[in-house]
Write a protein that binds this ligand. Sequence first.
Ligand SMILES: Nc1ncnc2c1ncn2[C@@H]1O[C@H](COP(=O)(O)OP(=O)(O)O)[C@@H](O)[C@H]1O
Ligand SMILES: [Mg+2]
Length: 192
Amino acid sequence: MDAHETRFSRSPSATTERLVLRSPQETERLGQALGQVLEDGLVIGLLGPLGAGKTTLVRGLARGMGLSDRVTSPTFTLVNEYGGREPEQPRLIHVDVYRLDPHGAEAETIGLADLLDQVEAPGATRPIALVVEWAERVADWLPEDRLEIRLDYSQALQGPSQVQAREAELRASGPHSQAVLCRARPRLEQLR
Ligand SMILES: Nc1ncnc2c1ncn2[C@@H]1O[C@H](COP(=O)(O)OP(=O)(O)O)[C@@H](O)[C@H]1O
Ligand SMILES: [Mg+2]
């Protein structure tokens, strides 16, 4: 098995899923599918190069969580929060650490540990997602059990109007994120 096959395994399992996303709308629908099945706290790490569709996916996630806020790139503010205005309202915390130093030493300055505590607090009665763009830079800070989504430019397929398609690989690294992925599967099937 060569390196490419290892990165984008063709055999889906309980913990991984691979999709081709042929348009920005499909990237949004992936986020939406996940947002629709969130029940409590989940940490999502987004990986992949600039322009791969990370913020687009977060836009769908917000919609799936029933939040009508306009999601923008938090490149300058580093942290954007959506929802959570009332105790029952779903809450989406969107972090982009692109501008932090590449080894995450500044993670403290954006209060990442405190945000993680809020998301991982047991007994949450509403969906709370903490989604991190460029998650590899703060990987040491993130919980073991998280959903990692790697987005990349597709080698194989062109989408409509010459827009290059994307590939997504989802990996759930613990029981909680695996449960979310399982619940999302029927919706992900509709993206095939
Ligand atoms: N599956 C896709 N196919 C083609 N273009 C896409 C796809 N997903 C997102 N895009 C486009 O890629 C561009 C960059 O998306 P963005 O979400 O800002 O990337 P990132 O946050 O990873 O830098 C946007 O113009 C977006 O519409
Ligand atoms: Mg972005």
